[in-house]
Design a protein around this ligand. Structure first.
Ligand SMILES: *Cc1c(COP(=O)(O)O)cnc(C)c1O
Length: 393
């Protein structure tokens, strides 16, 4: 079927919840992807930061294929090796001496972290200490609870009543966080680079102050690394560049290199809070997705690979800036999580124009053309994208 035919069927059978780009994708190779009409694109979106290892990656495909032949799924009522391997790698590479719970998505990982924080506080202090401080302009997911955790009013509509117990502080305003940290608070949850909010890195000083406040008040520091994690910013986790020690780290997007997996990593401070019967999932940590995550972590967890991500990020950033267009107001972000800043409200128009010319880019916030290319993107692929960007901007 061509795009028009597919779109007609989609409109008929699939819920209309997305403003999709006007193409249907068919297959990919490296950072390149082809639509059903055979047109080629350089993908600087990787899904939404998911295809971290690029398309048709042999290592991941082999890992999935071999595991599929052995054991695709079993329930969490049984022990399986791939899950343990992923957990061990995450714990060892973060030096958090903790433990991992596996989920299936970012929102679910955050739900797990929220439950963990509330139970941590309940176990120690009893009822009433349930409030979780999040930041204005954050994004934490689409479930009824994680929507409320998201510090943007436009997400707090229609689905009333939302889960209570979230309070929003201003990013990079420590006094604002301190004011919210009253006797009802049990945790602070934040992204270190606000992704959906516009690719906004938090100030290092602010993050350090929040960490100290969490220690002072025994609040759990939950870092939402669903977008920033797994090498995206040039370290395995972004928190490692901020020099902090979170209590809980959540992850998802890039962890499976394309398969759906999420995880909650709890440091030793709270790794035994969730106990049998308090949290569970049917699919979480199933062998198939853990085989993929193992392959991703073996590659991305390597220091040289991560150094390359930083180099590529610099190269792409400098390349964009050297276009020297007055329509490019700046580039911000870390590693290969970048945003081209344009005039407010013009970001979608630029993303559409880029798509027409053969570059897939995402949008975020009110003025960010967001780039989350595969971490494996080559210099040649970046150069090709830069040539097209030059035309468009
Ligand atoms: C994408 C995202 C989520 C939600 O992840 P899903 O897999 O869509 O549920 C949560 N937090 C952050 C920071 C994200 O970028």
């Amino acid at each position: 079927m061509n795009y028009q035919e597919l779109k007609a069927e989609e409109n008929k059978y699939v819920m209309n919840t997305y403003g999709r780009y006007p193409i249907a994708l068919d297959h990919g190779e490296g950072a390149m992807v082809w639509d059903v009409e055979g047109k080629k694109y350089i993908d600087l979106g990787s899904g939404i930061g998911v295809n971290s290892m690029g398309y048709n990656n042999k290592t991941i495909i082999d890992a999935i294929t071999n595991q599929a032949h052995k054991l695709m799924h079993t329930s969490n009522l049984f022990t399986t090796e791939p899950m343990i391997q992923v957990a061990k790698k995450l714990v060892e590479k973060t030096h958090l001496n903790g433990k991992v719970f596996f989920a299936n998505s970012g929102a679910e990982a955050n739900e797990g972290a929220i439950k963990l924080a509330r139970k941590y506080s309940f176990d120690k202090y009893g009822e009433g200490r349930y409030k979780i401080i999040t930041l204005v302009n954050s994004f934490h997911g689409r479930t009824v609870t994680t929507l409320k955790a998201t510090g943007q009013d436009r997400f707090h509509n229609y689905f009333f009543p939302f889960t209570e117990g979230f309070d929003y502080a201003e990013a990079n305003d420590f006094e604002s966080v301190r004011r919210k940290a009253d006797d009802m608070a049990c945790a602070v949850m934040m992204e270190l680079v606000q992704g959906e909010g516009g690719v906004l890195p938090l100030d290092a000083e602010f993050v350090k102050q929040v960490e100290a406040l969490c220690r002072e008040k025994d609040l759990l520091l939950i870092i939402d690394e669903v977008q920033t994690g797994i090498g995206r910013t040039g370290s395995l986790f972004c928190f490692q560049q901020y020099g902090i020690r979170p209590d809980v780290v959540t992850m998802a997007k890039g962890l499976g290199g394309g398969v759906p997996i999420g995880a909650v990593l709890a440091a030793e401070s709270c790794s035994n809070v969730l106990t049998p019967g308090t949290h569970a999932t049917t699919f979480g940590g199933t062998p198939l997705v853990c085989a993929a995550a193992n392959a991703v972590l073996d590659t991305v967890g390597d220091g040289q690979f991560l150094a390359k991500v930083k180099e590529k990020g610099e190269y792409l950033k400098n390349g964009i800036l050297s276009i020297g267009s007055p329509n490019i107001l700046g580039v911000r972000g870390m590693g290969l999580m970048l945003a081209i800043i344009v005039e407010d409200g013009k970001h979608a128009a630029y993303a559409n124009k880029l798509l027409e010319k053969g570059v897939i880019a995402l949008t975020a916030g009110k003025n960010a053309v967001r780039l989350l290319p595969p971490l494996t993107i080559s210099k040649e692929e970046m150069d090709e994208a830069l040539t097209i960007m030059k035309e468009v901007f």
